[in-house]
Ligand binder design. Structure first.
Ligand code: AMP
Ligand code: ZN
Length: 113
């Protein structure tokens, strides 16, 4: 996707603060952190949102969750974190490339609002 911010970040055309990378996913620090730890994990394939996950591309979602657990253990916050994916304008999705927010380092309220 030519005009996609996260595709450009994955390709290195826009700088990012990399946290983790493998053949399927890329993780980087959010530019506007909402918690002491705020990492975005994205698939290297352009998938629009969580609403576009299907049997052909769900391997990316699986890998994202594997990466989240790995990052949490490596960084020592495996005891408490939140994973959020905003899907669509109504949920506040501003970048239309599937991403999971991995948040930690403070208490989180429920319901999320
Ligand atoms: P969402 O609002 O759920 O679509 O999440 C998009 C996230 O991308 C927001 O938390 C932004 O702060 C973050 N973001 C936008 N531009 C950048 C960037 N250049 N580098 C890192 N994070 C970004
Ligand atoms: Zn994209």
């Amino acid at each position: 996707m030519e005009d996609c911010l996260f595709c450009k970040i994955i390709k290195g055309e826009i700088p990012s603060s990399k946290v983790y990378e493998d053949d399927m996913v890329y993780a980087f620090n959010d530019i506007d952190p909402q918690a002491p730890v705020h990492i975005l994990i994205v698939p290297k394939e352009h998938i629009k949102s969580a609403g576009e996950i299907n049997e052909d591309n769900s391997k990316y979602a699986a890998r994202i969750f594997e990466a989240a657990a790995k990052i949490a253990k490596e960084k020592g916050f495996e005891d408490g974190f939140r994973i959020v994916s905003n899907c669509g304008d109504i949920a506040g999705q501003t970048v239309k490339h599937l991403h999971f927010h991995l948040l930690s380092g403070r208490d989180f309220t429920w319901p999320p609002g």
